[in-house]
Design a protein around this ligand. Structure first.
Ligand SMILES: Nc1ncnc2c1ncn2[C@@H]1O[C@H](COP(=O)(O)OP(=O)(O)OC[C@H]2O[C@@H]([n+]3cccc(C(=O)O)c3)[C@H](O)[C@@H]2O)[C@@H](O)[C@H]1O
Ligand SMILES: Nc1ncnc2c1ncn2[C@@H]1O[C@H](COP(=O)(O)OP(=O)(O)OP(=O)(O)O)[C@@H](O)[C@H]1O
Ligand SMILES: [Mg+2]
Length: 275
């Protein structure tokens, strides 16, 4: 194994193989212990209809159900729908909700806020225009704002869906979907997350769906693999300690090293990680 590969596996807490049943149990327990310790009343989580939030949402609802049973009620999980206009894969919503069974839903369509933001931003003396790419990151950050407003009002915690395949590539918006209070999927490769969904009897259509950030108007539902120029299968192989081509390894290691700032707290002169 490449020396940096081993270092990355350790830093991101990835295991070469997992027992899905055990992982589900440990992650539900983590959610229950954390919310209790934080004296919060439960969780909010953006449900995009993609794989990661479908898994995190299922774990969250199961954790809340157990807590309510054990402690006589008072805990809640609110699934948050945050479409931008009409979502292209909206048809999957009922499948996701049937699977997670969230007792409460909150919907905030971010289109009007995003458009207002873009108009105000573009009205500047620098001549800077918001590109489709940075408008995409703005959407991810507005979704964060909506979730934190709701969490703040109701004493809930924001669940994030970051996992090892996103962490190694830095494939998330800094302080957008990268911002959260707790992360139940840490350490999982994309295929390990899929194995957890299978163990939870998730409909095949949902765990076989092509992962997409779906942030661009120019390229709706663009597959993550297209933007990354890497397949999740290759990313997962590397993360699980398997052999990959030199091209894949070099590409991943370059992304890992250049996105370190996204996995740390903001740099100060008292830190050494950036030097
Ligand atoms: N060395 C450094 N030290 C400290 N900060 C540094 C820095 N270099 C850049 N920065 C800062 O970071 C910013 C760039 O980071 P960021 O704003 O995140 O932007 P960036 O990484 O350029 O874009 C986000 C990427 O994540 C993808 N994404 C987003 C959301 C969800 C998903 C998904 O998987 O579904 C994927 C998206 O498609 C895009 O490729 C810079 O504008 C700068 O402010
Ligand atoms: N339209 C949306 N509605 C609600 N939440 C969203 C939406 N788009 C993104 N999010 C939030 O941002 C997170 C990051 O998106 P990301 O695409 O990485 O994950 P995913 O959609 O759950 O899974 P996949 O990677 O398989 O597409 C989501 O897990 C979800 O919490
Ligand atoms: Mg997605």
């Amino acid at each position: 194994m490449r020396p940096l590969q081993k270092e990355i596996m350790e830093a991101l807490n990835v295991k070469p193989s997992i027992n899905p049943k055990e992982e589900i149990r440990k992650r539900i327990d983590f959610l229950k212990q954390y919310v209790t310790k934080a004296h919060a009343k439960g969780f909010v989580l953006g449900l995009s209809l993609g794989q990661d939030s479908t898994l995190a949402g299922k774990l969250a609802q199961l954790a809340i159900d157990e807590l309510n049973e054990e402690k006589g009620g008072g805990y809640r999980f609110i699934g948050v729908r945050l479409p931008h206009g009409e979502q292209k894969d909206q048809e999957d919503e009922s499948l996701v909700l049937d699977f997670i069974q969230p007792k409460e839903l909150f919907t905030f369509n971010i289109e009007a806020t995003t458009t207002a933001f873009q108009n105000t931003f573009n009205d500047n003396s620098l001549g800077v225009t918001l590109s489709d790419f940075h408008k995409g990151n703005t959407k991810a950050r507005l979704r964060m704002v909506a979730q934190y407003a709701l969490a703040g009002e109701l004493n809930l915690l924001v669940i994030g869906t970051d996992h090892a395949a996103e962490a190694i590539t830095g494939f998330f918006t800094k302080f957008g979907d990268g911002a959260a209070d707790l992360l139940p999927l840490t350490g999982l490769s994309k295929r390990q997350g899929k194995a957890l969904l299978q163990e939870l009897n998730c409909p095949r259509r949902l765990y076989e769906k092509a992962p997409t950030a779906d942030l661009l108007e120019d390229k709706p539902l663009q597959a993550d693999e297209t933007e990354l120029g890497l397949t999740y299968s290759d990313i997962d192989d590397y993360l699980e300690g398997k052999e990959v081509s030199d091209t894949v390894a070099q590409k991943l290691e370059h992304r890992y090293l250049t996105t370190k700032h996204k996995r740390e707290l903001p740099a100060s002169m008292f830190d050494s990680w950036w030097a």
